[in-house]
Design a binder for this molecule. Structure first.
Ligand SMILES: Nc1ncnc2c1ncn2[C@@H]1O[C@H](COP(=O)(O)OP(=O)(O)OP(=O)(O)O)[C@@H](O)[C@H]1O
Length: 259
C-alpha cells in the first residue's frame, strides 16, 4: 500500500463531504451534499444521467473545487498536492495515449506515481493480468476496443496500490463475463481494506455495494445499505427503489420529473 498521508489517517474517514455546493454558469449542479465514507467501504453512487455523479466524484478527489462546503480525504483538506498519491482515479473518459502501447501507457502512469525498475514491471504485469490484458500489452492503445481501453484505465488506477479508489463508471463497455471478474476484484480489494467509490447505472452492481448514495438533481436523496434503501422505498428491488425515491423527490421539489 502507498504511504499514509498523516499520522492519524488510519482513524479518519476515507472521505468527508460537508455541505457541498457546485454551480456551473449560474446553475446549481450539487446542492448541500454532506456524506461520510469510512475506510474500507465499497460505496456506490447511483443517479440518472446529468444528476451530478461525475461532478461529485471530481470534487472528492480535488480534480474540481466546490463553490461552497468542504472535502476531507483521510482527514486532510482537499484539494492538496500531497493527497494525489493517496487515491487511484478512473475517469469516465479514458485518458490514454493512443499512439503508445498498453504497456507504455502503464509505464507512464506508474512513473507519475514514483514506480520504477522491477517494482514498476511487476505492478504492470499484476494489473494487466487482473484486467486480462496481458496478451495485448504490446499493441498500440489506438487499436484497442472501447472495453479494452476501460480495462487499461482501471489497471492504471490500480498501479500504485492506492488505499482509496475512485471509479467513474468503470464497467461501461465491458462484457458481462469480464464485468463479473472486475467486480470480484473490487470486492477482494474492499475486503483488504481499500475504500472504493464507484458510480454506476447498473443495478446488479449497485446491489454489490456496502452502501449506496442515490443522487438526483444534485441532491443526495438516500444514503444507506441496498437492503435499507429497498425497505425505505417499500419495494422489492434497487431499480424500483431508485424510481420510487426519485419520483418522491420530484414531487417534493416540484419538478414533476418521473425518471
Ligand atoms: N464543466 C462543466 N461546465 C458546465 N456544466 C457542467 C460541467 N460539468 C458538468 N456540468 C453539468 O453538470 C450537470 C451534472 O453533470 P455530471 O457529469 O456530474 O452528471 P452525471 O450524473 O455524472 O451524468 P452521467 O451519468 O451522464 O455521466 C450536467 O447538467 C452537466 O451538463
Amino acid at each position: 500500500m502507498s504511504a499514509i498521508p498523516s499520522m492519524n489517517a488510519e482513524l479518519e474517514p476515507a472521505l468527508q463531504l460537508h455541505q457541498i455546493q457546485r454551480r456551473f454558469n449560474g446553475k446549481t449542479v450539487l446542492d448541500g451534499i454532506s456524506l461520510t465514507i469510512p475506510q474500507g467501504e465499497l460505496f456506490g453512487l447511483l443517479g440518472p444521467s446529468g444528476s451530478g455523479k461525475t461532478t461529485l466524484i471530481k470534487l472528492m478527489t480535488g480534480i474540481d473545487q466546490a463553490d461552497g462546503g468542504s472535502v476531507r480525504m483521510l482527514g486532510e483538506p482537499i484539494p492538496q498536492l500531497k493527497m494525489l498519491q493517496a487515491f487511484g482515479y478512473m475517469a469516465q473518459a479514458d485518458a490514454l495515449y493512443n499512439e503508445l502501447t498498453g504497456k507504455q501507457n502503464l509505464a507512464f502512469f506508474g512513473a507519475l506515481f514514483g514506480l520504477k525498475g522491477e517494482q514498476l514491471q511487476a505492478r504492470i504485469q499484476a494489473v494487466a493480468a487482473l484486467v486480462e490484458l496481458t496478451d495485448h500489452l504490446g499493441k498500440p492503445v489506438g487499436a484497442y476496443s472501447g472495453g479494452m481501453k476501460r480495462r487499461l484505465s482501471l489497471a492504471a488506477a490500480l498501479l500504485h496500490e492506492p488505499r482509496l479508489l475512485v471509479l467513474d463508471e468503470p464497467t461501461v463497455g465491458i462484457d458481462p463475463v469480464l464485468r463479473r471478474s472486475v467486480w470480484a476484484e473490487l470486492s477482494a480489494l474492499s475486503k483488504q481494506g481499500v475504500t472504493i467509490i464507484v458510480t454506476t447505472h447498473v443495478m446488479d452492481e449497485a446491489e454489490k455495494c456496502d452502501r449506496l448514495g442515490m443522487i438526483r438533481d444534485g441532491k443526495l436523496i438516500a444514503v444507506d445499505t441496498p437492503e435499507a434503501i429497498i425497505a425505505q422505498a417499500g419495494v422489492a428491488t434497487i431499480e424500483e427503489a431508485f424510481i420510487a425515491l426519485g419520483q418522491q423527490q420530484a414531487v417534493r421539489s416540484g419538478t414533476g420529473a418521473t425518471r
